[in-house]
Write a protein that binds this ligand. Structure first.
Ligand code: ADP
Ligand code: MG
Length: 376
């Protein structure tokens, strides 16, 4: 565990970048520092690997004061990733990734084998190994940066706005990849961002900092969204805090109706039997069980329903794995006001009305959010 104990950083010009910061960074989890620009995030991160020394206070790793450790030993135990990856432009991708193992004295073949293994781990095509950084996209370069930081298998990974310079879609991919890598490798990750959505998505615990380097709140994301400590945190979390909080409640508890679902070859009797006064539309599925669209019962031709004449069903949600937020989104976007639930195989498992989703949301307000994040 990394313990930051009453740490202050005052720069020579008098700027107090970090002010009596105390917090415990848990092992094998992702701790995120988030806050507006200039609030002291980078300064804090760099004090952990001693690129910057604190003016006051101590930082302990597993109970030992880092100022009493040789700085090289300390840095070797910490991978460091920055925005724009900071790759060596004159070295190939594989040699960039092999940098630290080579510094540690590994022979070239072993270091390159390790680099190739890491390319796979961070989702890079091995065919890119011989290229130079300028021949890669921003997202690919960022993956190289992560692979390079992991090369010597350090227990700690420090990441300073690593994904801030890439576009939103690539960024989402990088975030998902980091969560996957973390599941596999169980590193202690300290991650800096100014983006609260990113913090909530990837953080096991999130430290919200305010200008002047003071800690506003340190809590798991669901707790931040439920119980912001003050107006600053609430403001920083943004206007759709309540909706984002629903990400932490599974959709699995939603009761599904299977009555208003018919197959594309349904008989007249089946259509008549499934049309009920409280459900004005029937969901039609293909013979493979996947959703095709909605239709009013009297418009459906028995035996051979025409998919082209159905109303689109929108994106379905996966009942077992997704969140109430996904179900709500689905119901809100559905032209019929009903959301379509599917299993992992994409087959329809039932439908649920906006009203039922709303009732589940009301019970969620009273309940504590789950520790485990449901998929969003
Ligand atoms: N070398 C420095 N000398 C003086 N002030 C600095 C120095 N580095 C950073 N600062 C100031 O310290 C504060 C915190 O900076 P920083 O840790 O980089 O914030 P963040 O990463 O949250 O944007 C800012 O006000 C910044 O201008
Ligand atoms: Mg910074």
């Amino acid at each position: 565990m990394i313990r930051i104990d009453s740490v202050t950083k005052r720069y020579p010009d008098g700027t107090v970048a970090v002010d009596r910061l105390s917090l415990d960074i848990p092992d094998r989890a992702i701790t995120v520092f988030v806050g507006p620009s200039g609030c002291g995030k980078t300064t804090t991160l760099r004090m952990i690997n001693r690129m910057i020394e604190p003016s006051e206070g101590t930082i302990l790793i597993d109970g030992k004061d880092i100022l009493k450790e040789p700085v090289n030993t300390l840095r070797r135990s910490m991978g460091y990733v920055i925005q724009n990856a900071g790759l060596f432009q004159h070295r190939t991708i594989i040699d960039n990734i092999a940098t630290v193992p080579r510094l540690l004295g590994w022979d070239k073949a072993r270091a390159r084998d390790r680099a190739r293994e890491l390319m796979g781990r961070v989702g890079l095509d091995p065919a890119l190994a011989k290229r130079y950084p300028y021949q890669l996209s921003g997202g690919q370069q960022q993956r190289v940066g992560v692979a390079r930081a992991l090369a010597a298998d350090p227990p700690v990974l420090l990441m300073d706005e690593p994904f801030s310079a890439v576009d939103p879609i690539v960024r989402k991919g990088l975030q998902d990849e980091l969560l996957r890598i973390q599941d596999e490798l169980g590193k202690t990750i300290v991650f800096v961002t100014h983006d609260i959505d990113e913090a909530v998505k990837i953080g096991t615990k999130v430290a919200v900092m305010r200008t002047g380097g003071r800690l506003a709140q340190f809590a798991p994301p669901a707790e931040l969204l439920t119980d912001p400590a003050d107006a600053f945190v609430e403001d920083f979390l943004g206007a759709d805090r309540g909706i984002r909080r629903l990400s932490f409640f599974p959709a699995a508890g939603l009761p599904l109706l299977t009555t208003p679902v018919v197959a594309v070859d349904a008989t007249a009797e089946q259509i008549a039997a499934r049309a009920t006064p409280d459900v004005p539309y029937l969901l039609v599925t293909g013979l493979d069980g996947r959703p095709l669209g909605w239709g009013e019962p009297h418009t459906l031709t028995a035996g051979r329903i025409d998919p082209a004449r159905l109303i689109g069903h929108g994106r379905p949600f996966e009942h077992a794995t997704e969140s109430l937020r996904a179900a709500l989104d689905c119901a809100v976007l559905s032209p019929t006001g009903w959301a379509v639930a599917v299993g992992a195989d994409g087959r329809v498992t039932g439908v649920v009305s906006q009203q039922t989703v709303a009732e589940a949301i009301r019970s969620a307000h009273a309940a504590a959010p789950a520790d485990e994040k449901a998929a969003r």
